[in-house]
Design a protein around this ligand. Sequence first.
Ligand code: HDD
Length: 735
Amino acid sequence: MAKKPTSKVTVASEVDTSKVSNAKTEKLEAFVADSTGQKITTNHGVKINDDQNSLKAGDRGATLLEDFIFREKMTHFDHERIPERIVHARGSGAHGVFKVYEDMSEYTRAAFLCDVAAETPVFVRFSTVAGSRGSTDLARDVRGFAVKFYTQEGNFDLVGNNMPVFFIQDALKFPDLVHAVKPEPDNEIPQAASAHDTFWDFISQMPESAHMIMWLMSDRAIPRSYRMMEGFGVHTFRFVNAEGKASFVKFHWKPLLGVHSVAWDEAQNISGKDPDFHRRDLWDAIEAGAFPEWELGVQIVAEEDEFKFDFDLLDPTKIIPEELVPVRRIGKLTLNRNPDNFFAETEQVAFHIGHVVPGIDFTNDPLLQGRLFSYTDTQLLRLGGPNFHEIPINRPVVPVHNNQRDGHMRQTINRGKTSYGPNGIANQDPQQAKASEGGFVSYNERIDARKVRARSRSFFDHFSQARLFLNSQSEAEKNHLIDAFSFELGKVKEIFVRERMLSLLAEVDKSLAAAVAFNLGLHVEKIPLNELNGSVPADADPEDYAPFQHEGELAISPALSMADTIKDSIKTRKVAILAADGVNADALNAVKAVLIDKGATCHVIAPKLGQIIAENDERVPVDESFLTAASVLYDAVYVCGGANCAATLEAEANAVHFLNEAFKHCKAIAADQSAMQVLEASYFFKKLPAQYDEETALREGVIVSDNSGELGEIFSKMIALHRFWDREVPRKIPA
Ligand code: HDD
């Protein structure tokens, strides 16, 4: 067995930042057009002499219909848009590679998971769910995490999310869920937000959504970066080995930078200051050679253990707690190349949960089963016909041979007389492949059942895992959940919807419901569950649909809290350095050197662009002015010293606001001793400790020192901790 590499984040300085290539990107090269040094032509290759003026009858005359150059250009422009994805419209993609650490052939025959020498090209698309293509990245929402593996046995798509469960148990309810969360149909308000009546009207009548709603109201819904999110395949899938033996498997993606989020107030601000925040963050990291990395984890359950748990493995509203079945890290995904063209690659990539390779198979999870229909169907409309698999980004790296023919925009020129099988004329080609030749054989699960529209009683424990999630959160995370529910329900206009939701929340946890009710100025009125359960079929006995509750084997699952994530690195963290003329450049350079050495990105922010003149006459280039920069776009702030610099920053309202806001959002703050007067101008100065040592700094998140080397080191440790949520107690902080 190959030795498992240690989990190590790639350091920017170790990689070549020119475009990395792999078997897939090499194939894409054939489709790449580069106009460098070329003459402009029509789509038919005719060189164009005048691309400024249309053909007219006289220089003031009417435009002539004859102008084929004008008509071609305008027609193409008029047809530039395709329908956006019905969900997950807003997204960002990147190329990369996947390598397995160990041979998994004991469980699966999927070659890319068995050959430790194989490097499988991937294309990944991250997304939000509810908003339109142009909506903000920082919406409170689930994030899509879709991975296309271009394996030597065909494409495998792992179409997951950054949350391990889903809202509904049956795909038949998906259109209802999406209609409820999308902007309301009469006025198309609100964009990219679940904080409105129709969403909570639906959710409050769907007890099965209780677990997912806890995740959605948690900070997981406002990630710091796509690079700092976990990913989950959600459903239980099947691994099948070469002997045909199957096991159940859940897929996980574990980010090597840890799992981190922003504050909700911050998220709302980012949406205004930089709605492309996540897109830019992913792009910039890859351009800088700080390649995002995740480990692929699997939870494997033997087929004979299917009924061992107190929840149903086929129920997509349940996790398998990591404490019950550990996540085994079996490989690494590295994103190392930005797309050349957003539309051609990120927009046209078509994922489908039904794209599997031999060794990976489905289960009867009714949500998964319904998805198997939806994805191809949606591409037919979105990409205009049945040949979307021929779009370069969607092509496998292995050859495609079958008897499918023709249709809109067909690219392949199929040679020969036959397009059917069996055929004698072409010697039966293309021929079926035996399992031993790589042919896909569906797992021969035994099914002996009546045809019914029904749901298994084993799916009806809706609240135990919702409570497990809540109980596993840190104090700060719990407070954020209360805030999120209060915000979302506060935006709901119908009081009865708020009340219904409070009653449902009380099924999860009475004190959570009471805290939210307090913020809404309401009391929790207990509504019998069968009165609010909207998922009961017309002729069914409501008792058969009544939720039940297990105590559950676990009181808490530490893996569910982001407070327990990795906090050992400041790689790719963005640090704002506030400075002005008269800055102590020696201190600035010393602190910056420590931060850069540890992989952070530093921006000097000053009252105006250009350069600042330091105390020692050094010219320091300015990256952003206070007009274009904002604290919400940074992870931490360092206030530079120097007598004149400090006086200018103290008098600069934007600088003080910058600091106040960073404090409010619980970020690490460092200052030179000689910049104390800037801190004194902040509202939080009176909350600061009397003196600064490392221990206090790592607790409070603020360090002041005249020893720049030491300041840089302690500041780095503070940034790695991500946030100092304790500042929120007492929780009223102005900004
Ligand atoms: Fe879905 C897109 C993930 C349930 C129907 N879905 C889509 C994308 C992701 C997911 C990441 C965007 C892919 C991309 O970047 O192009 N969807 C999920 C997860 C689900 C889930 C993790 C639950 C476990 N989805 C789900 C159901 C249905 C759909 C139950 C319908 C029965 N999803 C679609 C779709 C989309 C889609 C309508 C829209 C665009 C697309 O497929 O290509 O077919």
